[in-house]
Design a binder for this molecule. Structure first.
Ligand code: CA
Ligand code: CA
Ligand code: CA
Ligand code: CA
Length: 411
């Protein structure tokens, strides 16, 4: 039985100007073959037939249609037990291509067995983007709008909710900041709860329920009032009581932000080579590895360990590459010293290999403190092969195109 579908269809008949023929009001007599999923978004529309029987079924002599006056007879093909067959609804009218198209505004489609019984009918709603309208689980009474079509395969029964696009505002909080977290959670089977868990300085986690507003769940972490590390993650529970997390590594490895009052170190981006054709090879790589590099200069009077600080090729994304805290002898710059970081996307070559490259056509490079505060940034344009740009003299405000001086004073 599928009372929901019948109800919807009945309402549809009442409120629409659909012309009622005797065919339309035939009762549905289920036989185990279902219209299981529909994609009607414009472009290539399709519908998926599912065989819920424990035996194969021949679809020859079945009809599918959206207009009882123009039924499309299915070809003589076998649909295996618990299997799926997809028909493209493009108006062609042969084989796996039906003689009708589907309306992206929504309409009714019918499935009729060879003995003339109406075995399924689905009123589907308007769809957009990557949506489909599908039974969960396969062959079940209820259909839902999905975010991810499963064309020709099971609609699934046990998926967790999709949690994505977690955002933090402000991105770099201070000790007095209330921090707003937002996230998108979708699940065709329904969402039971979305919670924001957070803890300060390793204390036990507490949580707040996130509230839904215009498709986005939001909640806030109160100001901590003092320095330390705030860990947080999002937990979504769907109607099947299945749990998913953002980040997916949570709770073992959550998101975090640092509340920090350290004075910023006296470091600058001193030189970079973004168009390395034959200047100099990466000593951490193989022969002939002409990677981009960034030279950091310590213009202060104390040694600075860069472990935990960040480099990025986007000022808007300061946390792109976190310098690993794996070997302080490699990541520490003495006063007046230099450190070279390779922009080669080759993290396996050591802690001084960033997760981005520099564009010879120009982009940005930024050095950010452990908490994300800006230490130094530089925006540059198109580069000349094997010419670097650097501050001259070291650490000054004057930038010059120059012959590269990797790890030594700019000349
Ligand atoms: Ca499917
Ligand atoms: Ca390399
Ligand atoms: Ca880049
Ligand atoms: Ca230099």
């Amino acid at each position: 039985m599928r009372p929901l579908i019948r109800f919807n269809f009945f309402v549809f008949l009442l409120i629409s100007s659909f012309s009622c023929t005797r065919e339309d009001v035939k009762p549905v007599e289920e036989n185990g073959i279902y219209i299981n999923e529909i994609s009607a978004r414009g472009g290539e529309d399709w519908l998926e037939i599912y065989n819920d029987l424990n035996r194969d079924e021949n679809l020859g002599g079945y009809f599918i249609y959206d207009d009882p006056g123009l039924k499309f007879e299915l070809p003589d093909i076998n649909i295996p037990a618990k299997g799926f067959v997809v028909f493209v609804c493009d108006g062609v009218g042969v084989g796996y291509n039906t003689n009708f198209k589907l309306s992206s505004a929504g309409e009714v489609v019918f499935l009729e067995s060879p003995d003339g019984k109406l075995v399924d009918k689905v009123l589907f709603p308007a769809m957009s983007g990557s949506q489909s309208y599908a039974r969960f689980p396969d062959g079940a009474a209820e259909l839902f709008l999905t975010g991810e079509p499963t064309r020709g395969i099971s609609n699934g029964t046990g998926q967790v909710a999709t949690v994505r696009n977690a955002q933090r505002d402000p991105l770099i909080p201070s000790v007095s900041s209330q921090v707003n977290i937002s996230v998108e959670v979708t699940d065709p089977k329904g969402i039971k709860s979305v919670k924001l868990f957070f803890r300060f300085k390793g204390a036990p986690y507490q949580f707040v329920n996130m509230s839904l507003n215009a498709g986005v769940y939001t909640a806030s972490i109160p100001a901590a009032g003092t320095t330390g590390q705030m860990d947080y993650y999002i937990e979504a529970v769907n109607s099947l009581d299945l749990v998913s997390y953002q980040p997916s590594s949570a709770p073992a490895s959550p998101y975090f932000y640092l509340l920090n009052n350290d004075p910023l170190p006296a470091l600058v981006i001193n030189e970079y080579l973004a168009f390395n054709v034959g200047c100099c090879t990466d000593p951490g790589g193989t022969a002939g590895e002409f990677d981009d590099w960034i030279e950091i200069y310590n213009k202060g009077s104390v040694a600075v360990d860069l472990a935990g600080m960040h480099l990025s090729d986007s000022i808007a994304n300061p946390f792109k590459f976190r310098i690993p805290a794996t070997n302080s002898s490699l990541t520490t710059i003495p006063p007046g010293g230099y450190l070279v970081i390779y922009a080669d996307e080759q993290s396996t070559q050591g802690p001084l290999h960033a997760s981005f490259k520099l564009s010879q056509f120009g982009e940005q490079v930024g050095l950010f403190y452990k908490d994300g505060r800006t230490i130094d940034t530089r925006t540059f344009g198109s580069q000349e092969a094997d010419k670097s740009e650097g501050r001259k003299p070291d650490g000054s405000a004057t930038w010059t195109k120059m012959n590269p001086t990797r790890g030594t004073a700019n000349q």
